[in-house]
Each structure stands twice: as C-alpha cells, then as structure tokens.
Design a protein around this ligand. Structure first.
Ligand code: S3P
Length: 408
C-alpha cells in the first residue's frame, strides 16, 4: 500500500466492533441455549477463525457480513460436539487461549493449531493453571502449539495469582471454572481488560440463555485515528460509538497527558460495557514517561503510541512492556526497526522503547512483520510525513480491521 502525507484529517468515523468483545460474544453465544444475536460484530480474520472453530463443534451461525451481524444458534453449556478436524486458530492468540479454557471442561478431545506466528507464541501461561485445575492439556515442549486437549475426570476451582498480566490467561481460567467444581479466585496485580467478566455476568443473568449483544467500536482501532488527528495539523474528527471501558482507555489518558485534545461524550452502557463518542482535534504533543502501572491498559496501542511520540516534542520513555515481545510479532523490535527507516530516533529496550521526538521524519518503504498493529501504526506515520511511503504486505490489517485502508 502506498500512502502519501496529507494536510489534515477531518470527518466522522465509525470504527469496527471491538475484537476482544466480538470473540467473547461468539464464545458465550455458542455455549448458551437458543438464539444469540450479535450486532456490530467485528468480522475479521481473527474473529472468523473463532466462528469457524465453533462451527467445527456443531454450532450454527448466520453471518450477515453486510450489516456486521451474526446469529448464533447456541446449544447450551453441554452442547458442543467433538470436532472432526483440528481447530485452526490462525493468527489469533485470543482464540487459542480462550478456547483452551473452554475445551478442558468438555467431554471430548480436541487439537488446537495456528499459523507460524501463533505456533511460536507461549502457551505455558495457560497450560500451567489449566493443568492445576485438573485439565488435560499438552503442548510442544509443554509450551507451544499445537495444543492437545483431552477430557478430564474432574476440573476443580483454583486460587491463582497471574504471573503475567494477561486477559487471555484470566479468561481461560474463567471459562474453565464454568465447568469446574468449587470456586476459583484469580488475582491480578496489574489491570487487564475485563470483557470476559462483564460478558460472563451478562449471560449468567439469564442462566446462559441466548441474548442480544451490541459490540461497541474497538478503541484499539480508534487509537490509529485518534493519533492521526492529534499529530496532523488542523485535524478534527469524531469517532462514534466506541468502547470506553477503563481497562482499555490507557491510550487516551496517555495522549491527554502528552497534551492531546480528546474528549469523550455521550457515554452509555450496552450489555455491561460503556460506549461513547470520542472527539479529537490537533494539539502539539510533548514526550512523557509511561511506566509499568499503565502498560496493561494500553498494551496493544504501544506501536501507535510510538508514532505519536515520534511527532512529540522531547523524549518519551515506555517501560514495563516486555509482553510486547510475545505478540503477533516482537513489537518492540518491529516498531523500532521500521520507524528508524522513517528517520525516527527510537531505541528498543528489553521492556520498552525510548523515542526522541524532534527529528524531521522521511517517507520510507517499511515492513509489517506480518503484524496488523505494526501495519496500521506505520500507515498513520506515513499519513503524517510529507511524500510517499510504502507499507509492504499491508494485507495484515485484515486480522482486526479489514476496511482500514478504505477509511484512510
Ligand atoms: C486480548 C488480550 C491481550 C491483547 C490481545 C487481546 C484479549 O493479550 O494483547 O490483543 O482479547 O483478551 P494478553 O492477554 O496476552 O495480554
């Protein structure tokens, strides 16, 4: 994709449905009894993989791609059937980790596989607690996919303090605990997204009968345009109906601290999730220090935050973000390497980045490292740089935001 620098961004944008909430709606809709309708669902490669996995387990879906609407004919807590094929999670860590939690509680065996990137991502973080609960789950070297899951005699509740800040690990344990005896207690030292807790309560309220869900816009997708409007002069945009759950809005807090002009209005609740409209207009940014206490609330936004920092005055330091190494690519390395090609003064650290913001940036040909968030962050940088840049293999945006380039 070739992208030319532009003078300003203006207008009203609606971003696609939240990826994390969409995965969870598919899961809870499938294990609840009767019809669940999910409106504004994200239909991207990752969420379609989750749908496909449930189809392999006998769940029927009506997919209306034009209206981003899915009808799920849920079969109840004990209604999944043994898949005839391996369950292919593709590039999606959320699919693999959440489904593992669900599958250890089933009476059948299953095999979870993924693409090259997913096959190299750590799964010991879910294998350890799920095995402690009595789950029968094995990986390659006890760490990597494929994951082989067998029926277990009895799952028991667990008291578990998360060694890594991860909503996926927390969610795997929560899903397993639906099928286990006794209570589970999960302790997290660092806040991570709480969409599973909220949706579990929403479906529990009706004893796991089908419900209507509206998926708020994805604040992680909105973040690309929030930064674009913040760094390109004379810009002014409105992002309608975006999820503004506190566990996800760290990027807005940090950008505001850098001097960004962002306002959230019209906040209301939909199926236990807050949703609002985000108003952004250009304002000069200043570098800041982002430390560990914040990274859990903006872990997916660090590549685009690095772009914002490159356009800010002064130095931005991001620490306590070692988890970035285990995402779809090693995001510390990939964003530092590619932004350098655009003349950004950026230094990777073992747990973060140092970005000096005063350089004049130059257009470049950059790689996505097969990572959707790197592709989108670099595309926004390209929009803010005079001249033409090229984003190679830009199709990776399809993982979470298929119409990203139409919106640009
Ligand atoms: C997600 C949790 C986060 C995040 C990912 C989606 C989820 O991963 O990076 O994009 O939906 O639970 P971790 O749990 O590995 O931090």
């Amino acid at each position: 994709m070739k992208i030319k620098g532009i003078k300003k961004v203006t207008g009203e944008i609606s971003v696609p449905g939240d990826k994390s909430i969409s995965h969870r709606a598919i899961i809870f809709g499938s294990i609840s009894k009767g019809e669940t309708i999910v409106n504004n669902i994200l239909l991207s490669e990752d969420t379609l993989n989750t749908i496909q996995c449930f189809m392999e387990m006998g769940i029927e879906f009506d997919i209306d791609e034009k209206n981003n609407r899915v009808k799920i004919m849920g079969k109840g807590l004990g209604g999944l059937r043994e898949p005839k094929k391996p369950l292919d999670c593709g590039n999606s860590g959320t699919t693999m980790r959440l489904l593992s939690g669900l599958l250890v509680g089933q009476k059948f065996k299953s095999l979870l596989i993924g693409d090259d990137s997913l096959s190299n991502r750590p799964m010991d973080r879910i294998i350890v607690p799920l095995a402690k609960m009595g789950g029968n789950i094995k990986g390659v070297q006890n760490k990597y996919p494929p994951l082989e899951i067998g029926p277990s005699e009895q799952l028991n509740g667990i008291i578990y303090e998360l060694p890594v800040a991860s909503a996926q690990v927390k969610s795997a344990i929560l899903l397993a605990s639906i099928y286990s005896k006794g209570e589970s207690v999960i302790i997290e030292k660092k806040t991570t997204r709480d969409h599973t807790e909220r949706m579990l309560d929403f479906f529990r309220e009706k004893e796991f009968h089908g419900r209507r869900v509206y998926v708020p816009g994805d604040v992680s997708s909105a973040a690309y345009f929030i930064v674009a409007a913040s760094i390109i002069k004379d810009s002014r945009i409105v992002l309608k109906d975006v999820g503004v759950n506190q566990t996800r809005t760290g990027i807005i807090d940090v950008l505001k601290e850098m001097g960004a002009n962002i306002e959230i209005k019209n906040v209301r609740m939909v199926n236990n999730e807050p949703m609002g409209d985000i108003y952004v207009s250009y304002a000069p940014l200043k570098g800041i220090r982002v430390d560990e206490s914040l990274t859990g609330r903006l872990i997916d936004e660090i590549p685009i935050l690095a772009v914002a920092a490159a356009f800010a005055e002064g130095t931005t330091t991001i620490r306590g973000a070692e988890e970035l190494k285990f995402k779809e690519s090693n995001r510390i390395e990939s964003i530092a390497k590619e932004l350098r090609k655009m003349s950004v003064d950026i230094v990777p650290l073992p747990d973060g980045l140092i970005i000096k913001g005063e350089n004049k940036l130059t257009p470049a040909r950059v790689n996505t490292h097969k990572d959707h968030r790197i592709a989108m962050a670099l595309s926004i940088a390209a929009m803010a740089i005079e001249g033409e840049s090229e984003i190679l293999d830009s199709h990776w945006v399809n993982i979470s935001y298929p119409n990203f380039y139409d919106i640009i």
